[in-house]
Design a protein around this ligand. Structure first.
Ligand SMILES: C[S@@+](CC[C@H](N)C(=O)[O-])C[C@H]1O[C@@H](n2cnc3c(N)ncnc32)[C@H](O)[C@@H]1O
Length: 257
């Protein structure tokens, strides 16, 4: 991936963290206390909690990687629920939110900064569970990410990820009025293409729709077996299309024994 895309993504997420936006607002002490008592949930998409059946019944000793998963939300909850958690993220600001919750609550979180397409600092088969909240829309090529996930998972380990339905990127959601549901962009959407560069500059971050082929077929080609999925909406975002169809997908995959 171009270093320009990485730099812009890091700067954008540092700003999101500084402003404590939706994906960067750290969980409160009560959420951590409840997680310690066994009452916890996380999201990979905007609203729906990940089914508990997707997780092992007991998280103790489950080596867990929260991939592109910082912001002080999922990782501290999973650590309070008992898992040894490594948080890996591009943005120092986002990682700072996890550091803040870990220090405030006395949680042991390992924080690592980097690009999710390169997990070379982790040995093969070093995690039992990889949890990836919605983030691959920020990388130009998703298949290297899936290959790295498959490599660092132990056989029998699980991978759960949230992503945006690529059809979302057909539309210009920022245009007010009825026109905003007219298909405007061809897929796959790549904001680094010359015709979209100006739009990406205004947003401050590069975005890539990918295809269902890459998002789901890619996981299978990386050696993972898909075993479940669900769809989700984001009513809070006030998008016209959200009333017509779910826009988010979460999948569960397993690395075969
Ligand atoms: C929507 S947030 C996900 C975390 C959030 N707590 C949540 O609930 O969804 C997307 C995350 O992806 C991270 N990110 C973006 N590009 C990345 C990359 N190339 N490698 C690793 N992390 C990346 C961002 O810093 C941000 O923390």
């Amino acid at each position: 991936m171009g270093s320009d895309t990485l730099e812009r993504s890091a700067a954008y997420w540092n700003k999101q963290a500084a402003d404590e936006e939706r994906w960067s607002a750290p969980v409160d002490a009560d959420t951590i206390a409840r997680a310690r008592a066994g009452d916890w949930s996380i999201v990979l998409t905007p609203e729906k909690a990940v089914p508990r059946a997707w997780f092992p019944s007991d998280l103790k000793h489950v080596q867990l990687l929260a991939l592109a998963g910082s912001g002080g939300q999922q990782a501290p909850v999973l650590a309070a629920a008992g898992a040894p958690v490594t948080v890996f993220d591009l943005s120092e600001g986002q990682l700072g939110k996890d550091r803040l919750v870990a220090e405030r609550e006395g949680l042991d979180l390992r924080l690592e900064q980097g690009d999710m397409a390169d997990l070379s600092r982790f040995a093969d088969a070093s995690f039992d569970l990889v949890v990836n909240p919605c983030s691959v829309c920020f990388v130009a090529d998703v298949e290297p990410v899936w290959r790295e996930v498959a490599r660092v998972l132990r056989p029998g380990g699980r991978f759960m990820t949230g992503f945006i339905n690529p059809l979302f990127f057909l539309f210009d959601h920022d245009t007010p009025g009825a026109d905003r549901l007219q298909a405007r962009f061809a897929l796959p959407y790549d904001s680094t293409s010359p015709e979209l560069r100006e739009r990406a500059q205004a947003l401050g971050v590069d975005e890539f729709s990918h295809s269902i082929d890459a998002l789901m077929g890619g996981q299978m080609r990386a050696g993972l077996r898909l075993i479940d999925l669900y769809e989700d909406n984001w009513p809070g975002a006030d998008l016209a299309i959200d009333a017509l169809t779910p826009l988010y997908i979460a999948t569960l995959a397993e690395k075969p024994l």
